[in-house]
Design a binder for this molecule. Structure first.
Ligand code: SF4
Length: 445
């Protein structure tokens, strides 16, 4: 009997990636044969993003593109855009199933068995305006596409930053039960993963049965059998002294923080409804740098928020220049329907937004090069990925330096000592320290 192919694609954040892996596992269990996205397929599951207008446009384009090479493909759409843009998506021809956030991980259950998969004249919709608030568990534990496994611990956000659609797309903050986290941690360790990345929307707000984020980290530090645990993006107001001291003392947690700043100007931060001032942000970063040695530090910066004058942008540029970030993620403001910022009048001309974004992107390259240069001469551990890119094999260090080596051997999923000898603005370069024992017994996919 012919197999029924399914491909999945993710737009947006790491949390979406983690959830796509869970959906992929659900499809596999249902009997679909997973194929790479872009290949001819019988089913596309598109996990969308709504953070920018561009992400929504890309989702609609990818649906059309898939239907060009696979005209009979059943199209299932989920994710943030399916939640916030359901009315628009149901007008688009070719979509067979739309699943909002409340039911996202149940998507495989809404599909017919593989041999009965047929396109529909009207899309079936599973969607609620609001989402349940209780703590949650996941239906499956999936494999990751990379050597780092993503572990979802939290969902939703109640912060209501005025530019952000995420609270509307994912609902209020809620946390994953500790028992469920424990079960997945055991499965991931048994599969041979060396590093896990904790993901969520506002992970610092983790709260389950009296356990806060810091106590979750302490528990993972003791209970989880991984060499490395990394925290993904965390809001500045949720980074406590206790958290910094814990990260400094832990042998497993990576010296790495990604703390969104968004703007370096207090007036803009207030208009964004951010809960930090620029002074409190700088204090936090200075404390983090003093407490955690060899810290890798990233941030998000938004340009072109309504009312951002040339002088408020210069404030952002100045703070971003002064603080020793290892990289910057730069986002132009994108008006999102339903958000408070949509009502703000002083829109910034797109030419100014582009100019400001370009200046910050130039600074990002300078920051990356400086950070990589600082690593030269150090011998560090690197967790290697499979394959080669631009003639290098790449690994990642605990402080998130990407390091390339030229060895012909594949060190996939191995943690090896590497001496860093050179730097570019995209990665550091080095060579592995000779005579290390390479453990090939367990290799995660
Ligand atoms: S903290 Fe603000 S920017 Fe981050 S997800 Fe919540 S509302 Fe959006």
């Amino acid at each position: 009997m012919a197999t029924t192919r399914a491909s999945l694609h993710t737009l947006g954040c790491r949390l979406n990636q983690a959830e796509t892996s869970v959906l992929g596992e659900g499809l596999r269990r249902k009997g679909f044969e997973l194929v790479d996205f872009g290949q001819p397929t019988d089913l596309l599951v598109l996990n969308t993003c709504a953070v920018t207008e561009d992400a929504e446009r890309t989702a609609r384009y990818l649906i059309r593109k898939t239907l060009k090479h696979s005209p009979h493909a059943f199209i299932a759409v989920t994710g943030c855009y399916a939640q916030t843009g359901m009315d628009c998506l149901k007008q688009q021809t070719g979509i067979d199933l739309i699943v909002g956030h409340q039911f996202k991980l149940d998507l495989p259950a809404y599909l017919p068995p593989p041999n009965e998969l047929r396109k529909r004249s009207v899309a079936e919709i599973h969607h609620t305006k609001t989402m349940e608030r209780g703590d949650f568990e996941l239906p499956h534990f999936a494999d990751s596409d990379s050597t780092r496994a993503l572990l979802k611990v939290q969902d939703g956000c109640s912060a209501m930053c005025s530019f952000c659609i995420i609270p509307f797309a994912r609902g209020h903050e809620r946390s994953r039960t500790l028992n469920d986290i424990q079960r997945e941690v055991e499965v991931l360790a048994a599969r041979g993963y060396r590093e896990i990345v904790l993901t969520g929307v506002n992970i610092g707000q983790y709260a389950h049965q009296g356990r806060d984020f810091c106590s979750l980290l302490r528990w993972l530090d003791q209970a989880a059998d991984f060499e490395r645990i990394r925290i993904s993006s965390i809001e500045p107001t949720t980074v406590s002294d206790e958290l910094l001291e814990f990260l400094a003392s832990s042998k497993k947690f990576c010296p790495y923080l990604h703390i969104p700043m968004q703007s370096g100007d207090d007036q803009i931060l207030r208009a964004m409804n951010r809960r930090h001032t620029i002074k409190s942000y700088i204090n936090l970063i200075e404390k983090a740098l003093v407490t955690i040695s060899d810290l890798g530090l990233g941030t998000d910066l938004m340009v072109g928020f309504p009312g951002e004058t040339e002088s408020s942008f210069q404030n952002t540029l100045a703070v971003a220049t002064d603080l020793p970030f290892s990289y910057l993620h730069v986002f132009p403001y994108s008006p999102r329907p339903g958000t408070a910022a949509m009502r703000l009048k002083q829109r910034i001309p797109s030419a100014s937004v582009k100019k400001r974004a370009d200046l910050l992107l130039d600074l990002d390259r300078v920051k990356r090069l400086a950070f990589h240069n600082k690593q030269i001469g150090k011998t560090v551990s690197a967790l290697f990925e499979s394959g080669t890119r631009a003639a290098y094999r790449f690994g990642t260090t605990p402080n998130f330096t990407r390091v390339g080596i030229t060895d012909s051997e594949d060190f996939r999923n191995q943690i090896l000592q590497v001496t860093i000898t050179a730097a570019t603005d995209r990665y550091a370069l080095g060579h592995i320290v000779p005579s290390q024992q390479v453990n090939c017994a367990m290799v995660a996919r």
